[in-house]
Design a protein around this ligand. Sequence first.
Ligand code: PEP
Length: 249
Amino acid sequence: GFHMKKLIVGNWKMNGDLASNAALLQTLMPKITSATCTVAVCVAAPYLASVQALLSGSAMQWGAQDVSQHEVGAYTGEVSAAMLRDFSARYVIVGHSERRQYHGETDVHVALKAQRALAAGITPIVCVGETLAERELGQTEEIVKRQLAAVIHANGHCISEIVVAYEPVWAIGTGKTASPEQAQHVHAVLRAQLRAASAHADKVHILYGGSMNAANAQQLLAQADIDGGLVGGASLKTADFLSIIAAAS
Ligand code: PEP
């Protein structure tokens, strides 16, 4: 809602290295204070230690891009929520469309991942969104509601502790952005669904993601139910990311 401090999260995806990460954060850090919107970066797991060392004591927060659905054990290659918590990760993205598309994640996996994060005291950023084909078939509402319903079903009692990100798949990395009206329409649908599940739904940040940039951020963020952004490509460019942060502050 209009009353909330907005949240801007950079999703670095599988980009960067130790040196470029440090250079980017050292430029951003002094520009981000308690007076600006809340800002976080979600980084590849191997960089959590160095990002934690850089950002500790700053106003910037950090997180990861995925978490295992399992708690502990024989799951080679997986990273648990407890491991993310060891590096003071504040957020973890779950159910990003790239995970759903390329790694076979289903609504059930995403719900379990959100549950693991919440149990470890980490805020899951739950991504939902329709493909272009689904939008053209008029299925947008049905798809995003089904995706969020799975997470609500598994996490009903603490659903107000999550962050939701509406990311139309056709807008991710394509330079095509949902119009502010298209995005607000879906955000209102998601808000209504959260309200039906929780008395505290109005404190849930619902982020927009999909080619958010310096030019379109202001209008998107002016919508009643757009409480921030999940930013991919533009979060790797200092000037663009700072413009989005300024639009949200
Ligand atoms: C994303 O992957 O979460 C995203 C929104 O990417 P982009 O901003 O590059 O479209």
